[in-house]
Design a binder for this molecule. Structure first.
Ligand SMILES: [Zn+2]
Length: 295
């Protein structure tokens, strides 16, 4: 194996790793969550396995440079000839990566669909070209990619994502439209916005705000169901509970208990993710059960 072959082999593995990591990020992560690509060392080992001596150092240096340097986004209109053979402006070769097709919830189709990659760009690349400002050498390579995808089925308005890269960490920094919230159809329309707000807050790392919104949801719901308006929350919770069928009371979590657990969390400013997820699930169960009981 020649040095060029070894570098190419390493570059292919790095590029595929970026593509897979990106797919995982877009399909499974929420706003401001990150994934780190961490296979550089393993990839290096495999790449240099067929060569020896001082050539190993050459390969390692070049792969390190490709991995640490800025990455080039491949466009679907370009022919893919490998990570080191994508046409780009003059300068040292960059590591190119393919953007995967992804499975996302389509707001128009109302289900998870395959989305095709349409366009991608490093928005800082453009900034550097205009301002001539290049980040300092000792900083981890920062890139902010914009990617757009459209639903294979309805070919509606594309979904657009913002992905920030710092070194080997990719963070989902933005998306338009907002992420779909599951189970929303189970929740009564009048309080659905509190539920979706709570889920988005929790998924974006603001669990305490999410806990607060779940409590608002319960409060608003029981008050809307009370016979007398403007009841105190405690009274409305009691009245609501008393009106439920005996069998329902025994089998499903009481909103009164959920409300009190959420209050404890809010007063201690904890924002427990465990409590949030448990309560979210129980609220869904509660409303599913109401449907079942035709309430
Ligand atoms: Zn669609």
């Amino acid at each position: 194996m020649t040095v060029a072959d070894a570098i190419n082999k390493g570059a292919v593995a790095l590029s595929e790793d970026i593509t897979l990591t990106l797919k995982q990020l877009l399909e499974t992560k929420h706003l401001y969550q990150s994934i780190t690509t961490s296979f550089k060392d393993e990839i290096l080992k495999t790449a240099v396995s067929g060569i020896g001596g001082f050539q190993t150092k050459l390969v390692e240096t070049d792969i390190g440079r490709l991995y640490g340097g800025s990455w080039h986004v491949w466009q679907p209109s370009q022919e893919w000839k490998g990570p080191l053979h994508v046409q780009m402006p003059a300068g040292p070769s960059k590591l190119a990566f393919k953007v995967p097709h992804v499975k996302l919830f389509c707001h128009k189709c109302g289900r998870v669909e395959a989305f095709n990659y349409l366009f991608g760009q490093d928005s800082l690349d453009f900034g550097t070209a205009v301002t001539g400002v290049t980040p300092a050498d000792n900083q981890p390579t920062t890139q902010i990619f914009v990617f757009s995808f459209h639903c294979q089925s309805c070919k509606g308005i594309p979904e657009v994502f913002l992905v920030r890269r710092e070194g080997n960490k990719l963070t989902l920094s933005g998306r338009s439209p907002i992420e779909h919230v599951e189970h929303l159809r189970v929740i009564p329309k009048a309080i659905a916005r509190f539920f979706s707000g709570a889920v988005v807050a929790h998924q974006s790392g603001q669990t305490l705000a999410g806990v607060f919104l779940l409590r608002v949801l319960i409060e608003q719901w029981v008050q809307s169901q009370a016979k007398i308006k403007n009841l105190k929350v405690d009274q409305a919770l009691d009245e609501y509970f008393d009106a439920l069928p005996e069998d329902f009371k025994k089998r499903f979590p009481s909103l009164r208990i959920l409300y009190s657990d959420l209050s404890v969390d809010i007063h201690s400013a904890t924002g427990s993710a465990e409590l949030f997820e448990k309560t979210q699930q129980q609220i869904i169960e509660h409303f599913e059960a109401r449907r079942l009981y035709k309430l």
